[in-house]
Structures are given as structure tokens and as C-alpha cells.
Design a protein around this ligand. Structure first.
Ligand SMILES: [Zn+2]
Length: 425
């Protein structure tokens, strides 16, 4: 007797399969599974996917949009300044409550693993205290990974470095940084050497807010690649944003990409945020500010889409839906070939899972029994529709359900029910 049987769903690769679950593991996955189950989900005609993964988020700031006031200029720098005020007045309880509410949204869309940066700048470290509490509270349904993130710079505040170390000692598991925000290029480069050494000593992963600027001379990713190689951190380092690469000279990029590939660094652009924050100092033509996604992928560099922000000082929208993120990414990076669109779906599932080092992920026997049933026929149609999540299963338990997104029509001579799926070809 299985605990749960998901019958007849279409997997992202187009095959049709039954998935049997016992406890928190996938017991079997096959075209047809005979046998009883305590609960059955009929997924015939629907897409069944492994859960969505967000490799770049800020859970300590989420759902705070308008506090203490809105970001009038819409720039990264005003966002940082507003957040600097908010983190001094927000209580631990308020941050926990907002983050838990966000996690409810995430659970409802099938977003079941999140890597969140946590600001380690303030000496009180309330942000860290709050997010450690949230990690514990959501662990049965969301895997939350925390990054020690010195928002105001490792060296730009007197206790920046000390507080980052304190956060790691408290149980934060990834080392973060922001080299382009240090006072000088030299300080930025030194911060990367320092942070990578801290990670190497402690056996931790690294995720750097790297070159999130329109300045084509912001080349910290080059240093990050060097330090990754020097310290043997290949496969454990992420460059988030990398927006300066959009504006870099093509000749320099032709040297840079092989260095990133050689160092085994992954890239996480955040298209919703990059498209609204970058290019704010431009008149016209106005730069998009997204890094070179397809170009990195063609070099074998793993690239995943991150969400970054929802309703916070930097972004006034957001839904906790990684399909919205991928939808924006495929537009801005012009990934409209069928193979590229399908890749965008893989980026917010399997690629992101691999980049942040999730274990036992995926639709395979023995893996963690987490999956999403979508009201769509294929990954590309899911991106186009961003449809209802009919069922979300986390670690063997059904944690969310939603009705189909059909509409009733009252037009003479036309069907009574509309389901906006793409015609089959
Ligand atoms: Zn970020």
C-alpha cells in the first residue's frame, strides 16, 4: 500500500508516468503502477514537475513594500538606503511573520526550496535571528538555505566582517558578499579573497552579489573566478546578477567567459529585478542590464533564474511564482526558440536545484517525494500560462491544492468553457 499515487501525469520530458510515494520518498515511477494507495491524484493530461527552486531571494525584507515609505527613484541605491532604515525598526516577530506569509505563497506555487540572503550588517543581527527561526518553522515543507550577506559591504562598515562571521557561527550556511559596493575596486577584490578563504576554511559554499551595476569596468567576477580556482572551490561558487557583463566590451567578455567556465562558477541572473533596477541612469537607448545568459550557457556555465525580491524596498511587485521569473527571463534574454523556452523551465527547477546543491531532488525513485501538478500540458505551456498548481506535494504530503483556471463563457455559438491551452502540434 502506497501513501500517495499520482496517476498519468506528463513529466517535463514529455513521458507519461505514474508516481508512487511512500513516506517522504518516491517509491516507484513507471508508465503504469498497479497497487493500492491511501490517496490518488489523477494527473492525466496535466504536467507533473519536480518542485520549483529559487536560488536567490531576500526573505528578511520581503512583504515590506512601503515601509518606511516607497522607493521613489526605483534605484538599487535608494532601496539599500530604505532597507537600512527598516532593518532598525522592524522587530524579529514582524520579520518572522512576513517571511512565514511569503512561505505560504511559495508553498501554494510549488516553490519548495529557497536560498535566501540575510543581511548581516546591523550589530543586533535581528535579521539573522529571525531567519534562523523561519528556517526551523518551515523545514517540513520548504528547504530554506541562508546566505550571510554583508549588505553595506564587508569593509565599508566597522563591524561588517565581524558580523558576517557571527552569522556563520549562529548557523547561516553560505558565505555572501557585495564587492561592487565596497569603497574601492581594490577593497572589492580583497573582500572576495577574504570571503572565499572563510568559505574554504569552513567547508561552505559561496554566493556573491557580483557586479550588480551598469558599470562595464566592474569586473569582480574575474577576481571571483581566480579566488575560486586558487582555493579549490570549483562547483561551490555562485555569481549572482553579473549585470555589468551586459555593458562590457565584447573582446573582454570573450576572455572572461572561459575563466568562469574553468572555475566551475554558476550564474544567477534575477530578471524581474535586473530589468527594473538596471539602466536607470540611461536616457535612450536604455540598457536591459541582464547578464549574457545564452552566451554563458553555450560555454557550459550553469545559469539559473532567481527571483531576488517580492514586495520590498527594491521591487514593488512579485508573486512567489518562479514561472513569472522564468517568463520575464525568457523575454529579456530573447530565449524564444522551443528548446530555449523549455530550458527556461529547467532553469527554475533542476538547474537551480543543482546550483544550490539540493540533495535527493527530482522525479526519480528514491528521491524526496516533492512535486507539483500544473494545469498545463507541457513546460512551455506552463511558462506561457503560469497556470494553477492543482496539487503541491512536499516530502510526501499534499500541502496545497487549487482549482483549474478555466473560465465560463456566455457567448452564443461559442463553447461554454475556455481552457487556454496551446493547440497540439
Ligand atoms: Zn539579491
Amino acid at each position: 500500500m502506497f501513501d500517495l499515487l499520482v496517476k498519468g501525469g506528463t513529466l517535463p520530458d514529455g513521458t507519461v508516468a505514474d508516481i508512487a510515494i511512500t513516506g517522504d520518498r518516491i517509491a516507484e515511477i513507471a508508465p503504469k503502477i498497479e497497487g493500492e494507495a491511501r490517496e490518488v491524484i489523477d494527473a492525466a493530461g496535466d504536467l507533473v514537475s519536480p518542485p520549483f527552486v529559487d536560488p536567490h531571494f531576500h526573505l528578511d525584507a520581503t512583504l515590506s513594500y512601503g515601509l518606511p515609505r516607497v522607493n521613489a527613484s526605483g534605484t538599487l541605491l535608494e532601496g539599500i538606503s530604505l532597507w537600512g532604515e527598516l532593518r532598525e525598526i522592524a522587530t524579529v516577530e514582524e520579520m518572522v511573520e512576513r517571511a512565514l506569509q511569503y512561505c505560504d505563497w511559495a508553498a501554494s506555487t510549488g516553490l519548495l526550496a529557497i536560498r535566501s540572503h540575510v543581511d548581516t550588517t546591523p550589530d543586533h543581527l535581528n535579521t539573522v535571528t529571525a531567519m534562523l527561526e523561519v528556517r526551523e518553522k518551515v523545514k517540513d515543507y520548504i528547504d530554506l538555505q541562508l546566505v550571510a550577506f554583508p549588505q553595506d559591504g564587508l569593509y565599508r562598515t566597522p563591524t561588517g566582517r565581524e558580523n558576517l562571521i557571527r552569522a556563520l557561527d549562529m548557523g547561516v550556511e553560505v558565505v555572501g558578499g557585495i564587492p561592487h559596493f565596497e569603497r574601492t575596486m581594490a577593497d572589492g577584490a580583497e573582500s572576495l579573497a577574504d570571503l572565499c578563504e572563510i568559505a574554504a576554511e569552513r567547508g561552505l559554499r559561496v554566493d556573491i552579489h557580483c557586479d550588480e551595476t551598469d558599470d562595464p569596468m566592474s569586473r569582480h567576477i574575474e577576481t571571483l573566478a581566480f579566488e575560486t580556482q586558487r582555493l579549490g572551490l570549483q562547483g561551490r561558487v555562485v555569481g549572482s546578477h553579473l549585470t555589468s557583463m551586459h555593458s562590457m566590451d565584447n573582446y573582454y567578455v570573450s576572455k572572461l567567459l572561459p575563466l568562469i567556465a574553468e572555475a566551475g562558477i554558476s550564474a544567477i541572473p534575477n530578471p524581474l529585478i535586473n530589468i527594473v533596477l538596471q539602466g536607470r541612469h540611461d536616457t535612450f537607448p536604455k540598457r536591459r542590464g541582464l547578464t549574457r545568459v545564452k552566451e554563458m550557457q553555450s560555454m557550459g556555465i550553469p545559469v539559473g533564474w532567481g527571483q531576488d525580491c517580492v514586495l520590498d524596498p527594491w521591487y514593488s511587485l512579485g508573486t512567489a511564482d518562479m514561472l513569472d521569473v522564468a517568463f520575464m527571463g525568457m523575454h529579456v534574454a530573447q530565449m524564444t526558440h522551443p528548446e530555449e523556452m523549455a530550458r527556461c523551465f529547467t532553469m527554475v527547477t533542476e538547474t537551480n536545484a543543482r546550483i544550490i546543491g539540493l540533495e535527493d531532488y527530482g522525479l526519480k525513485k528514491g528521491a524526496k517525494a516533492s512535486l507539483v501538478v500544473l494545469d498545463a500540458a507541457s513546460p512551455v505551456d506552463a511558462l506561457r500560462l503560469r497556470p494553477a498548481r492543482l496539487a503541491v506535494v512536499s516530502k510526501g504530503k499534499v500541502i496545497a491544492r487549487a482549482p483549474r483556471g478555466d473560465s465560463g463563457l456566455s457567448i452564443p455559438g461559442r463553447p461554454e468553457n475556455v481552457r487556454r491551452r496551446a493547440p497540439r502540434r
